[in-house]
Structure formats: C-alpha cells, structure tokens
Design a protein around this ligand. Structure first.
Ligand code: ATP
Ligand code: ATP
Ligand code: MG
Ligand code: MG
Ligand code: MG
Ligand code: MG
Length: 256
C-alpha cells in the first residue's frame, strides 16, 4: 500500500471490538414490512412463502458464517447467535453486523422468485441489524425465549384479528376493539366460535423457525466408483420449543 499524506485520516476510525467470551446475537429485521407485505400481497396473518424465504436467506448466512451456533426467525426478523468464542472479523461489531445483514438481504432478493414465482418485487427491500452481547448461557437462552414468546403472542393476536376481519366480516378497527383487553383463554374461545382450534395452526406460525447444525452421512463416489460414507454438517430447520430444557439437552453442542 502506498503511503500518502492522507493516510492519517485512518486514525479517525473507532475500534468497535465486542467483548471476548460473550454470546453475540445479531438480529436483522425487515424495514417497513407492514408496507412491504401489503405491496406484495402477503397472505395475512402468515404467508408461508415469505417465512420459507426468510429461512432460505438465514441458511445462506449460516453456511457462510460457521461460528453461528443457532438461529431463530419469526415474522420479518431473524436472530443469529454466535458462540461465545467466535473469532470472526476479530469480533468487530460493524464488520459482523454489516456483512451479515447485507448477505441476508441479498439472499432474500436472490431467492425471491423461487418462493414468489408470480409476484414481481416492487422495490428493493432492506433489513436493519443490531448486535448485542449476552454474558451468560442463561441470558442468551432468555433472549431466545423472549423472541419465541413474542412470536406466540403476536401470532395468536394476528390469527384472531384476521379471523374476525375475514370470517367475521368486521372492520380492522372493530376487530382491534373486540380484542382489546382479551386474555389467552378468550382468544382460544373466540377461535372456537369460528370452528378453529389454535392448537391446530401450523407449528411454523406458532413457534417460528429454529436453524441448527446437524451431522449427516452422505455417499461419496470416487474415481474407481467406490462408494464411501462421509460425515457432512448441514443446516436443519425446526419449528420446536426452545424455551424448555428438552431442546438444549437434545443439542448439547450449542452451549459447548
Ligand atoms: P420496522 O421498520 O420498524 O421494523 P415494520 O413495518 O417492519 O417496521 P415490524 O414490527 O417489524 O414492523 O412488523 C413486521 C410486519 O410484517 C408485521 O405487520 C407482520 O405482520 C408482517 N409480516 C412479517 N412476516 C409476514 C409473513 N410471513 N406474512 C404476513 N405478514 C408478515
Ligand atoms: P475484502 O473482503 O477484504 O474487502 P476484497 O477482495 O474485496 O476483500 P478489496 O481490497 O476490497 O479486497 O479489493 C477489491 C478487489 O475488487 C480488487 O482486487 C479490485 O481490483 C477489484 N475490483 C473492484 N471493482 C472492480 C471493477 N470495477 N473492475 C475490476 N475489478 C474491480
Ligand atoms: Mg423494528
Ligand atoms: Mg420490521
Ligand atoms: Mg419485525
Ligand atoms: Mg472488498
């Protein structure tokens, strides 16, 4: 690199290394997706194509950043949890966040037509991102619990809201009024009134998506046509509870 008299401006750059030995969580969230989903005629409350596309983009991110231990997605957001000892980009906050969110966004656009073959993208979507450090396993797990509970609460509300509007024939304003102050039990009963059982809703809607790494054996054929088994790590998508201990016992490798 040639040294010029202008090199000194580099000294204005601020270091932004994240603390060592802490869980790092990068969360991306769609910018203005209330409008984006209307413009692209998403099925309400849940367009499964959009959730599958989010998962596809998240898979690209996980395949490119192997220190991500687990990811969790719901609605227009995705959280990526880097293991405590992750070393990527010297743990520089801006490098991690910006590379992750731009990779996620470009994958979202790259795969759009695969999931929405009949819907033209009306404008280039954007996602924001933040990175947060969590100092203990418990707090990192509580972070994921927070997001999954958020998914559950919003989904229950939205399922009731759109049932009232679509099947009950009332206006969104009236539906909002009808739901204000209602508890979980009331919402279950409301849905029963429309011959619906909330428990029968799709798991991806109720629980969101959990991406973990899994080892599988694949057949490899060599030049002599001899087939051997080789272990390969793949990203698996699940729609399970991550709040209770069972999940963490089933995946001891995440906490390390
Ligand atoms: P901001 O830029 O502040 O995030 P936003 O409009 O994106 O604004 P959010 O709180 O992120 O606000 O809400 C996301 C919106 O996108 C909600 O209205 C949600 O219902 C909608 N949405 C997200 N995913 C889907 C989906 N798969 N199907 C239908 N609607 C969806
Ligand atoms: P990093 O991820 O660290 O940025 P990099 O390979 O992108 O790695 P840069 O220092 O950013 O490294 O260099 C960009 C490279 O892309 C250079 O090799 C440059 O010649 C090449 N490049 C960028 N724009 C063009 C262009 N318009 N035409 C041809 N080559 C280009
Ligand atoms: Mg937001
Ligand atoms: Mg959003
Ligand atoms: Mg959101
Ligand atoms: Mg470059």
């Amino acid at each position: 690199m040639a040294n010029s008299r202008y090199e000194y401006v580099r000294n204005f750059e601020q270091p932004d290394n994240l603390l060592p030995s802490t869980w790092l969580v990068v969360r991306v969230d769609g910018k203005g997706f209330t409008k984006f989903t209307t413009k692209h005629e998403f099925k309400k409350p849940n367009d499964i194509r959009a959730l599958d596309l989010m998962n596809r983009a998240a898979k690209v991110v996980m395949e490119n950043m192997d220190e991500i231990a687990i990811s969790y997605g719901q609605s227009d957001e995705f959280s990526f949890v880097f293991s405590k000892d992750a070393k990527a980009y010297g743990r520089r906050a801006s490098k991690l966040m910006t590379l992750l969110v731009s990779q996620f966004t470009s994958a979202y656009v790259f795969y759009w037509s695969e999931f929405f073959p009949d819907t033209k993208l009306q404008f280039p979507p954007a996602f924001d991102s933040r990175v947060v450090m969590y100092p203990s396993d418990r707090i990192m797990r509580d972070y994921l619990c927070w997001r999954q509970v958020d998914c559950h609460i919003n989904n229950m509300y939205n399922t009731c809201f759109w049932t009232l509007v679509d099947k009950g024939g009332i206006t969104p304003k009236e539906a909002e009024k009808r739901l204000s102050g209602t508890f979980k039990k009331d919402k279950h009963e409301l849905l029963y009134g429309f011959d619906m059982n909330y428990n029968n809703e799709l798991e991806i809607f109720k629980k969101g998506s959990v991406l973990v790494r899994d080892k599988v054996f694949v057949d490899v054929v060599d030049r002599q046509n001899v087939v051997t088994k080789r272990e390969k790590t793949v990203v698996k998508i699940k729609h399970c509870d991550i709040i209770k201990d069972a999940f963490w016992k089933e995946h001891p490798e995440i906490l390390g």
